[in-house]
Ligand binder design. Structure first.
Ligand code: NCD
Length: 340
């Protein structure tokens, strides 16, 4: 299997060879993302960027990634602004929108909705998050970030000791990440959450069956000392049946400079898919961590553009033509001084 012409609906479609190919292409995108060069390899192509659920970075980084390769972006946001609110089926919407686009990225609140949409699409569809189910592109950029962060410390994936923290029941990013991690063997993975928000059993089984050393717990401190990568998540309040229920967990796990210094390994990497809940009663990743070198959350968002550029290039089959459509940047940019 390769990416060309394929939908990306789930990380189940991915294997280690595809990951390695994708990450090599993502590395080759850095010169364009940091504006050292321009490539117009997708000039004339159109991305349909369909976001029927709130999003900032996923939506904008899909659009930005497509623009950086020279393509155009057409966008719709919010269920209430779309014909889905008039009772149109996902199948019909897909038939229509795929007539306007070369590729579609879509987010929707219902699990399975993006796959259903894909059955009516005449062009490849990328899942930008379907309810609490999956978020494959986030998992890929998270894994890419884990690789990069470990490499910057002279380590590789086999050295990983990862703690996933927070709402592991509803967090689609960690659901997809666990499925990718199940492609590896013998890693250390700690799953720390309030008891009622623990990782669904089938993901725990998947990790255990892959031969990982999995520890499940409910106490923040338990997950910190052994981890070289800590992945904090937001309480997914939009997936609870009532706001009151969600409020019970707000601020349940908070990481700040004091806790980090006392309980974490020096230089431990801190990740978060973002948005982090920075309201006073939540404050899940305190601003006092902003100057901590281990805080990788904005390197992670920068990596999201590289990985999404790579996905577009591979799915549309232009990953070997980037240089052919390359030219110099003719405007002032501070971005090309950015380090890896
Ligand atoms: C995540 C999502 O939407 O699942 N955000 C993202 O895409 N970067 C995580 C979240 O909303 O908490």
């Amino acid at each position: 299997m390769n990416f060309k012409g394929q939908h990306l609906l789930s990380v189940k479609d991915i294997n280690l060879d595809l990951i390695s190919e994708l990450f090599n292409v993502a590395d080759s995108m850095r010169i364009y993302a940091t504006r050292q060069k321009v490539s117009r390899v997708l000039e004339g192509a159109v991305l349909g960027n369909m976001f029927f659920e709130p999003s900032t970075r996923t939506r904008v980084s899909f659009g930005c990634a497509f623009n950086l390769l020279g393509g155009e972006v057409r966008e719709t946001t919010g269920l209430s602004n779309s014909a889905l609110a008039k009772g149109e089926s996902l199948y019909d919407t897909a038939q229509v929108l795929s007539g306007y686009s070369d590729i579609i990225a879509m987010r929707h609140p219902d699990p399975g909705s993006v796959a259903e949409f894909a059955t009516g699409s005449r062009v490849p569809v990328i899942n930008g998050g379907d309810g609490a189910n999956e978020h494959p592109t986030q998992a890929l950029l998270d894994l890419f970030t884990i690789h990069k962060e470990l490499a910057s410390q002279g380590k590789n994936i086999q050295d990983l000791s990862l703690t996933l923290l927070g709402d592991l029941k509803h967090g689609r990013t960690v659901h997809s990440l666990c499925q990718l991690l199940a492609l590896y063997r013998n890693l250390k993975i700690q799953l720390i959450s309030p008891e009622a928000l623990s990782m669904p059993a089938h993901y725990v089984d998947l990790l255990t069956d892959a031969g990982h050393q999995v520890e499940v717990g409910n106490c923040l401190q338990q997950g910190l000392p052994t981890a070289n990568v800590i992945y904090q998540t937001r309480i997914q309040e939009e997936r609870f049946s009532t706001q009151e229920e969600a409020n019970n967990y707000r601020g349940y796990f908070r990481l700040n400079k004091r806790i980090y210094s006392e309980h974490c390994q020096p230089g431990a990497v801190i990740m978060h898919p973002l948005p982090r809940d920075s309201r006073n009663d939540a404050n899940e990743l305190d601003n006092d961590l902003n100057t901590e070198p281990g805080l990788a959350i904005f390197r992670q968002t920068d990596n999201g553009v590289l990985v999404r550029m790579a996905l577009f290039a591979c799915i549309l089959g232009v990953e070997n033509q980037l240089k052919q459509y390359e030219r110099d940047v003719n405007w002032f940019t501070g971005l090309n001084n950015r380090s890896e």
